[in-house]
Design a binder for this molecule. Structure first.
Ligand code: C2E
Ligand code: MG
Ligand code: MG
Length: 348
């Protein structure tokens, strides 16, 4: 049973080191006095708010100090002291702002699809392109998916966004093909949230039928984190994708707790190596060995390997040596809007 008392101190000091020293002094005194006489350990944690906005009142200041204290996860590191971070409130406001505006943004077509080319390494031809969503807000300008997708995964809105993106992709493809353009394989990111809904793939398949898109032009990017939910569901999803005639890849491989065991059970067509893994391996002998072994292993398991986030010639040469099949990255091209994409690659 934990019962805690709370005390507030108002200090006339702004230097974090001096504040910290005084607080450590206080907590040591409390601990010395109490811990020697009792069987239980007393833990002292302290949150600090440095008053930078003089317009609020004492209740707001102690609240912020309390928030800083509550944010301490490990009692034993940092001497149990935490300073309030001004960006926390901005993040909260931003979250509120995004969730507040999401429905309207979808209605007003503020979500846009950008395309990034993927290249085959061996013959320097195109393998396809990845569709990446951008939110272009009339006030904030472009918002990257790293900001809103994690939020939408929490509140469920990602399902609508993913399907919207897919519909736009099929529309774009249909237009390119009907104007006599070259067929190009497009991949879309599928959030793990879809797994909660039975037969979610039927919606994707219906959209493909609606725009008369041949299934082999679509690749679904799944993530290995989907296997945490349920490996069996992931296996079924991949089977269904294959039965329909499309392909799938495992995105962000090497970014989380990658399990080689998972590769044994899953028959994806492409393994996408996360750019963080490339960066971490690049300058380290062991890392390079692991990267090369994964590329070889994936080949043996019948998968192609693509590395994302390739930015330099050096990285590309390294991947060529290692026998990697495809690459994607700023070195060749950034994600760009569809009309620019069509012009740049002369697709139409
Ligand atoms: P991802 O699927 O792993 O996509 C790769 C990310 O790396 C993209 O970021 C891309 O712009 C970026 N990138 C590509 N080449 C380079 C490079 O050479 N250097 C660097 N520094 N970055 C590079 P982006 O577009 O910001 O997307 C971030 C993530 O958001 C994606 O990671 C994906 O997980 C998610 N996402 C994007 N679009 C969608 C979508 O329509 N639906 C869902 N569910 N998730 C999406
Ligand atoms: Mg992806
Ligand atoms: Mg990725």
């Amino acid at each position: 049973h934990v019962i805690s008392d709370r005390f507030a101190i108002l200090m006339n000091e702004f230097d974090e080191n001096i504040i910290k020293k005084r607080l450590i002094n206080i907590s040591n005194k409390i601990k010395d006095k109490i811990n020697t006489n009792y069987l239980f350990e007393i833990v002292v944690t302290q949150g600090v708010y440095k008053i930078t906005d003089s317009k609020s009142n004492i209740a707001v200041y102690t609240d912020r100090a309390h928030v800083a204290q509550m944010a301490i996860k490990d009692f034993y590191s940092n001497d149990g002291i935490n300073f309030f971070d001004e960006t926390w409130e901005e993040t909260d406001a931003m979250t509120f702002d995004i969730e507040h505006k999401q429905d309207n943004a979808l209605k007003e077509n503020q979500f846009h699809v950008y395309y990034q080319m993927k290249k085959n390494i061996k013959d320097d031809t195109w393998y396809g392109a990845e569709a990446l969503v951008r939110w272009i807000d009339p006030i904030h300008g472009m918002i990257l998916p790293g900001v809103f997708i994690p939020l939408f995964e929490k509140n469920g809105f990602v399902i609508k966004v993913d399907l919207y993106v897919f519909e736009r992709v099929c529309q774009d493809l249909n237009e390119i093909l009907s104007l006599g353009g070259k067929p190009l394989r497009i991949s879309v990111n599928v959030s793990r949230s879809h797994l909660l809904h039975n037969n979610f793939l039927n919606q994707y398949f219906d959209i493909m039928r609606k725009y008369n898109i041949s299934p082999d032009l679509v690749e679904f990017e799944l993530t290995e984190s989907m296997a945490y939910e349920s490996k069996n569901i992931l296996i079924c999803v991949i089977n269904e994708i294959h039965k329909f005639g499309s392909t799938c890849s495992i995105d962000d491989f090497g970014s989380g707790y990658s399990s080689l065991n998972m590769l044994k059970d899953i028959s994806a067509d492409v393994l996408k190596i996360d750019m963080g893994f490339l960066r971490a391996s690049e300058n380290e002998a062991k890392g390079l060995d692991i990267l090369e072994s994964i590329i070889t292993l994936a080949g043996k398991l019948g998968m192609k390997v693509i590395t994302e986030g390739v930015e330099t010639k050096k990285q590309l040469y390294m991947l060529v040596e290692m026998g990697c099949d495809m690459y994607q990255g700023y070195y060749f091209s950034k994600p760009i809007p569809v009309d620019e994409f069509e012009k740049k690659y002369n697709i139409k």
